[in-house]
Design a binder for this molecule. Structure first.
Ligand code: ADP
Length: 581
């Protein structure tokens, strides 16, 4: 489906409001005509027929009423156009967010958060302008001139003909200029996205830049990027101003031609004064909507450029197809339905990766087993966790959940059955209670406190200014890394899923936190089946099984003491940590 049709399809929701906008626009056009007719009649009556105030009183009254109605129609049209735009924006935002949720973290990471954020904010704003200002104007530009023509032709066909011939000049010029502006607008949009991505990146990495002493260099790069954006913006504006000038000029010139013609015909007595004046009053109104369209053309193009980007995101097929089972209705699987959980010759390559991140990996996780994944950074540990979380799907091989393939289980059901504690847990800018409750929306406050107690989080939460009601700040800014970890552990405990995937914290924590986290972790792991991306020596040595990954392959597999006794990567890793000499 082409872009314009897709944009129009968005109007299906706010259909009524859009029709109201158009209808009020047309009503506005009719009122303009009525106003011109009244003015022409009054001027004619007073100046040529020497009428007194009493004779034209009704016309003056009607004129005031028409003025009032015009204002009301214009106001109504604005309001309903705003409704349309707000509705479209809300629908699209929902669709985008749902789709992004479906595409999952692997896509959003790959896509650069800054660009996506820009699409979700600026992009939707641009589209709002398109629906609020541009589209209603397109309709008006088609309807009002037609109305004027219908009225002018019977009274003064020569003026009508001039209008008919000059009117297409405006869209023609607009198109000519538009084709140049279009590529420029797209360029501007691309640059805005790049700039947003770059700025967000720099902001998030500010600490690193400061520490590495690179912030000055970055400032220069920020300057370059914003300079480039400024230049493109100015180019776009130059074209926009130029086009406005040309359109004004065409409009004014055409009005002048019509006026001169009318003047001459009036002079030679071929027209009555009232008719001539009426046509003269209508002439600017004929060109006005067209010129206005030209002025808003730029907004329209910005909307189209943004729409392309929005639809590109919406068109990216998700790896996991959408399902009928809603997250709320999903019940977790029973442990006996999940285990043994087996990976069979699983291979996965990232869309932009040249070598597989995981290659021919086979593993079995039995019920109650704690499997530690170890290996150097980049070995594929996170990728394995992502596969088990169903963020990504293997290109070959199979993941078996008990008797079933993982792909056959609705994602919502599966996600109820797995708890995931990432290395850097994400905390939302809301209360501690809400942050823990995310794991199980229907949990009672007591459940939450209980989970926090087991995770060793309760003690520090109570010391916060408002206890469980303390708002944690963006990304948990008010909390230390260790505290955030313990809240994440409380989440996982509250969820109480039969299978746990845990990416252990590596950050060196102060001893007090370290001890608390260890206790929390032990409590979480007790009697649970877990896959642990292990960075700590005691987790590794206490695991039931260890899989050693290297370059996407399982190079060693077995119990910790077995592996420690063998020559190999595991022994070398232990040696590096000073555990074995
Ligand atoms: P680990 O968790 O063991 O450090 P990962 O599973 O994160 O390793 O990465 C395995 C390999 O996949 C690495 O070579 C990494 O560069 C690559 N990789 C990870 N994430 C992506 C991604 N989103 N796109 C492309 N390649 C990726």
């Amino acid at each position: 489906m082409n872009l314009d049709r897709r944009l129009l399809a968005l109007l299906r929701g706010p259909r009524t409001a859009f029709f109201v906008t158009v209808a009020l626009g047309v009503l506005g056009g009719l009122l303009i005509v009525a106003q011109a007719a009244l003015v022409a009649w009054m001027v004619n009556a007073v100046f040529l027929q020497k009428a007194g105030l009493a004779e034209i009183r009704w016309a003056v009254l009607a004129f005031v009423v028409v003025l009032g109605l015009r204002a009301a129609a214009a106001w109504g049209a604005e309001v309903s156009a705003f409704r349309v735009a707000a509705d479209v924006k809300r629908t699209l935002r929902e669709r985008l967010l749902t789709h992004l949720a479906l595409l999952g973290p692997v896509y959003t990471h790959g896509e650069r958060t800054g660009e996506l954020t820009n699409t979700l904010t600026e992009g939707l704003e641009e589209l709002e302008t398109y629906f609020r200002r541009y589209l209603p104007q397109v309709v008006l530009a088609a309807v009002v001139p037609l109305l004027v023509l219908v009225l002018v032709f019977p009274r003064d066909w020569i003026s009508g003909l001039i209008m008919l011939l000059t009117a297409p000049l405006i869209p023609l010029f607009m198109n000519l200029i538009g084709s140049i502006a279009e590529s420029l607008t797209k360029k501007q949009w691309a640059q805005l996205e790049r700039m947003s991505a770059f700025l967000l990146d720099a902001l998030q990495g500010l600490t690193a830049l400061k520490i590495l002493g690179r912030s000055r260099e970055y400032i220069r790069r920020v300057e370059t990027v914003s300079d480039r954006f400024r230049e493109t913006t100015l180019e776009v504006l130059r074209i926009a101003f130029l086009s406005a000038l040309v359109l004004e000029w065409v409009g004014t010139l055409s009005t002048a031609v019509v006026s001169v013609g009318i003047g001459l015909r009036l002079l030679y007595g071929k027209l009555t004064f009232e008719q001539a004046f009426f046509v003269l009053l209508l002439t600017p109104e004929f060109y006005f909507p067209l010129r206005q369209l030209g002025a808003r053309f730029h907004a329209g193009m910005g909307g189209v450029a943004a729409a392309e980007r929005i639809f590109a995101v919406l068109d990216t097929p998700p790896q996991i197809p959408p399902e009928s089972v809603s997250a709320a209705a999903a019940k977790p699987l029973l442990p006996q339905e999940i285990f043994p959980l087996r990976l069979e010759s699983v291979t996965f390559t990232y869309p932009d990766g040249s070598v597989p991140a995981l290659q021919d990996v086979s593993l079995t996780i039995e019920e109650g087993m704690q499997l530690a994944l170890v290996g150097p950074s980049g070995a594929g540990k996170t990728t394995l966790a992502y596969l088990l979380l169903r963020f990504i799907v293997p290109q070959s091989g199979e993941i078996w959940v008990g008797e079933r393939r993982l792909a056959e289980i609705p994602a919502a059901v599966w996600r109820q059955s797995v708890a995931w504690v990432p290395q850097q847990p994400y905390l939302f800018n809301t209360t501690v209670e809400e942050n823990i409750r995310l794991a199980r929306p229907d949990a009672s406050f007591d459940d939450i406190v209980q989970a926090a107690k087991i995770a060793r989080a309760d003690e520090f939460i109570r010391t916060l200014p408002e206890g469980y009601q303390t708002v944690v700040g963006e990304q948990g800014a008010r909390l230390s890394g260790g505290q955030a970890q313990r809240i994440a552990l409380a989440r996982a405990l509250l969820k109480d899923a039969p299978f746990l995937i845990l990416d252990e914290p590596t950050a060196s924590l102060d001893p007090e936190h370290e001890a608390a986290i260890q206790e929390g972790l032990q409590a979480l792991l007790a009697r649970r089946t877990a896959l642990i991306i292990a960075h700590r020596l005691n987790t590794v040595t206490q695991a039931d099984r260890i899989a050693v990954l290297e370059n996407g392959r399982v190079v060693q597999w077995g119990a910790p003491d077995e592996l420690a006794a063998q020559e190999g990567l595991f022994r070398r890793l232990l040696q590096a940590r000073g555990a074995v000499s």
